[in-house]
Unconditional design. Structure first.
Lengths: 178, 206
């Protein structure tokens, strides 16, 4: 069980053990469900990371293209739409890939949160797609689908309910240098 | 007494009359001379005292008068002026020495840097392969790379910890506001249950 704490010898198992503060999250429960600010900041960081990466890739492509001929900065509506589709596709792959492989995106890791299923297992690609669709649907009515995170006991939004996932604070693990 | 007796002044009817021998006469003469000299010394001391006391009184009295006080004040002022001048001279001398040393160092440094010999040495050093080998060695040394990496990781960790702490606080604050608006009870701490398999305490599993 992730983040579970051992019972001390001689202590009453019915009484909750004293939880140590998570590293970097002082005084918070490391197994607690993550709130809307942490999750929002993590998503914003992920958007920034994807944007920066695509910008770098775009710059390299433009440089190469310029070597072979003239590159115009005037882009048509079709090209804009194509760019948007590529952006959305890359972002979706990025989110689902990280949820599935690591349980958290780089932005989530920086802010110490991780996504799992309600059973505590890793999010599969299928469930990740459902969660992503849920995120889009939750954003359509002026992001009202995200409001349940504010008052829900398990801090689940519409997309979490749909995909049966939860987002928890995760104690960051740092490898010790040899 | 012996002397008197020897001189024949103190005589009693029982004692036989003194004999005026040569020894007795000499001893008596020496004793008399000593007495005269002692009396003269005492007199001189008394006379000196008698003169000194009025003289001291006169000087003290003179200093107590307005001209005497003026002289005293002048003397004091002169002494203070001399003292201050001495101190000023020391301070000025120190400043002069400092300035001279600074100037000498500046001149020396400027001369050393701008000298042709230094330029030649510098150019030769920069052109030498050994220097760049040393630079490469230092730049690629595991210690330096480790230090840079750990400093970067440490800084990132500190920033991330602070960001986490603040977002957790913001989470709780936002939730408290939302629950107050929706008139819901504040979040209670989640009960912890004993996991029968792992004998560990953790959050309840669905």
């Amino acid at each position: 069980m992730t983040g579970a704490l051992p019972v001390r010898e001689g202590s009453d198992p019915r009484e909750p053990a004293r939880r140590p503060a998570a590293a970097g999250v002082q005084g918070s429960d490391p197994n607690a469900f993550a709130g809307i600010v942490s999750r929002g900041c993590a998503l914003a960081l992920d958007v920034l990371i994807v944007q920066a990466s695509l910008f770098a890739v775009g710059a390299v492509i433009a440089l190469i293209a310029e070597a072979f001929g003239e590159v115009s900065i005037d882009v048509s509506a079709f090209e804009v739409a194509l760019g948007a589709i590529v952006w959305i596709f890359v972002f979706d792959v990025y989110l689902i890939g990280f949820w599935w492989l690591a349980g958290q995106t780089p932005g989530m890791r920086l802010l110490g949160v991780a996504v799992t299923t309600t059973e505590g297992a890793k999010v599969t690609p299928k469930r990740g797609i459902v969660r992503l669709v849920g995120m889009v649907l939750a954003a359509i009515p002026l992001f009202a689908g995200y409001l349940p995170i504010l008052y829900n006991e398990e801090r689940q939004g519409f997309h979490d309910k749909l995909a049966r996932t939860v987002v928890r604070y995760r104690k960051p693990t740092r490898k010790k240098r040899a | 007494m012996n002397f008197m007796r020897r001189c024949g002044r103190l005589t009693s009817p029982d004692t036989p009359p003194p004999r005026y021998t040569a020894t007795n006469v000499i001893v008596g003469a020496v004793g008399l001379g000593a007495r005269v000299m002692a009396s003269a010394a005492l007199g001189a001391t008394a006379a000196a005292r008698a003169v000194a006391q009025p003289a001291g009184a006169v000087i003290r009295g003179g200093l107590a008068t307005p001209p005497g006080q003026a002289v005293q004040a002048e003397t004091q002022a002169l002494l203070e002026t001399l003292d201050a001048a001495g101190r000023r001279d020391i301070t000025r001398a120190r400043a002069e020495i400092d300035r001279a040393v600074d100037s000498a160092i500046d001149r020396f440094t400027t001369d050393a840097i701008s000298s042709e010999r230094t330029s030649r040495v510098l150019e030769r050093t920069l052109e030498s392969d050994d220097l760049w080998r040393i630079v490469d060695r230092i730049a690629n040394s595991p210690e330096v790379l480790d230090a840079i990496a750990s400093a970067t990781v440490g800084l990132t960790g500190v920033v991330a910890d602070e960001a986490r702490r603040r977002t957790v606080t913001a989470d709780e604050f936002a939730e408290r506001i939302a629950r107050r608006i929706l008139r819901r009870a504040p979040r209670e701490p989640r009960p912890l249950v004993l996991d029968p398999v792992s004998e560990e305490i953790g959050p309840p599993q669905p």
